[in-house]
Design a protein around this ligand. Structure first.
Ligand code: 13P
Length: 255
């Protein structure tokens, strides 16, 4: 049985004060929660303060990116050790916004992933196709390429510590969610790739991301191959994020 994960990616939102206020409120809402892991990913500036606020609660903190070197002349970058010191246990790697806006490739994803694993972080590695890829029937090719490049050379032991997030680019911030069955199909494909590359993949947690909302989370989570969500916009308000975290109570969208 895979333990679900609900993660909130704040992207470039929230000051330190706003992040801490959010974390305090969320902490009160998730006290005693056991049905899923809860992760929030503030911007770098707010990591330490938010991590201090949620200490001794079920909430884990993730960075949104990491550099592969331990230290060095990399202006603007942050190392895995620095992220750990700030209080993070997780890190998002290879988000499509970083691939598109910062030229990240499967190779840099792989280097970042190794650095994160070496520092003891849990990497949440994002993959997903663009609308053009999907329309051209290339979804599986793209996922296979991102999977093979991103996870190249890892041992099965390394791989067992990774969380994968399937985020179709066309569903991010667009209000256009993949249907639960569409998402589940890609999740099954990713799990087959994992089985082929690393043997047992039954424990691999694959999150869906792309316009996840309180209204659609229950339908997504009803799919056996969807193990959680990586939430952008709806993770910025405590009410909507708590409603997603508490998805077992959410009403299912009528098809
Ligand atoms: P939205 O939930 O705003 O579509 O963003 C998804 C995402 O990119 C999470 O990483």
């Amino acid at each position: 049985m895979r333990h679900p994960v609900i993660a909130g990616n704040w992207k470039m939102h929230k000051t330190i004060a706003q992040g801490v206020a959010f974390a305090r409120q969320l902490k009160a809402r998730v006290a005693g929660l056991h049905h899923c892991d809860v992760v929030i990913a503030p911007p770098f500036t707010a990591l330490a303060a938010v991590a201090d606020t949620v200490r001794d609660s079920p909430i884990a903190v993730a960075a949104q990116d990491v550099h592969w070197d331990r230290e060095g002349a990399h202006t603007g970058d942050v190392s895995a050790g620095m992220i750990v010191e700030a209080g993070c246990s997780h890190v998002i790697i290879g988000h499509s916004e970083r691939r598109q806006e910062h030229g990240e490739t499967d190779e840099t994803v792989n280097r970042k992933l190794r650095a994160a694993l070496a520092a003891g972080l849990v990497p949440i590695v994002c993959v997903g196709e663009t609308l053009r890829d999907r329309d051209a029937g290339r979804t599986e090719d793209v996922l296979a390429r991102q999977f093979e490049g991103g996870f190249a050379g890892l041992t099965a032991q390394d791989f067992s510590r990774i969380i994968v997030a399937y985020e179709p680019v066309w569903a991010i911030g667009t209000g256009r969610t993949a249907t639960p069955s569409m998402a589940a199909e890609s999740h099954r494909f990713l799990r087959r790739l994992a089985e082929k590359a690393f043997g047992a993949a039954a424990g691999l947690r694959i999150l869906y991301g792309g316009s996840v909302k309180p209204e659609n989370i229950a339908g997504l989570m009803a799919e056996e191959d969807i193990d959680g969500a990586l939430v952008g916009g709806a993770s910025l308000e405590v009410d909507s994020f708590s409603a997603i975290v508490n998805y077992p109570q959410a009403r299912r969208d009528q098809p």
